[in-house]
Design a protein around this ligand. Sequence first.
Ligand SMILES: C[S@@+](CC[C@H](N)C(=O)[O-])C[C@H]1O[C@@H](n2cnc3c(N)ncnc32)[C@H](O)[C@@H]1O
Length: 258
Amino acid sequence: MNGKVYLVGAGPGDPELLTVRALRLLETADVVLHDDLVPDAIVALASKRALVTSVGKRCGRPRITQAGIHALMIDSSRRGLMVVRLKSGDPMVFGRAAEELNALREAAIEVEVVPGVSAMFAAAAAMQVPMTDRRTASKLILIAGQHAADKSAPPPLWSGTLPEDATLAIYMPGRDFAALARELRSAGVAGDVAVVAVSKAATPEQRVDGVRLSELETLQAGAAPLLVLVGRAMDCVLAGQGEHLIEELSAAAEGLHG
Ligand SMILES: C[S@@+](CC[C@H](N)C(=O)[O-])C[C@H]1O[C@@H](n2cnc3c(N)ncnc32)[C@H](O)[C@@H]1O
């Protein structure tokens, strides 16, 4: 009898942010195949009898091909084993889930997806800055800054004009902030819009740096993994969180009394 494959979100790195379901599956898995971004503290929660393998691809140099990962999942499952495919953040956000789900379906392997906390939500929670704010941002746009290696000329970050009332979350932003600034300017983003770089969100090494778009090339951001957030809703990060929280509290008090 075939086993089953679970595509599981490991969250941004803090074991406390795993879902209860993710933890239960890790504790009972026969095979765990995890990405590089999943920290040891989470991998260590896997059952002691599980076969645990890192299938990450560091610095764009694959140690194992995507087809190799599919083969590992399919073979293990056909041996009747329960496989946890552990991905950072949420498995359905920039995680090659489409390719893995297709391969499993074609092989008639049963699969279930378990969501995780995506980097953007971890960054918002850690900074205490909402991604949407009815005064400034009613849209949320998730963008991948780096594209699949088989595309010879990467398409622009965005074609056309970006909505003014949107927060952009740029995953895998790269380190060429001058090029990123040019792309954002040509998509119509104003020079005074806030750009915030969150490094290692929800880990003890988390670091937050912010500038206006007009100064983006001067940004000294922390180490990868890095998430770049752009939009008016990020203004409060530049203004200082204390000020922002006081503003929010007074608005709430006004609401209560008036
Ligand atoms: C291949 S994508 C995977 C995204 C993941 N599925 C998610 O939902 O967060 C990897 C990118 O996610 C972002 N990322 C993942 N973990 C992060 C963290 N703890 N802090 C900041 N960015 C993170 C970075 O932009 C990184 O380059």
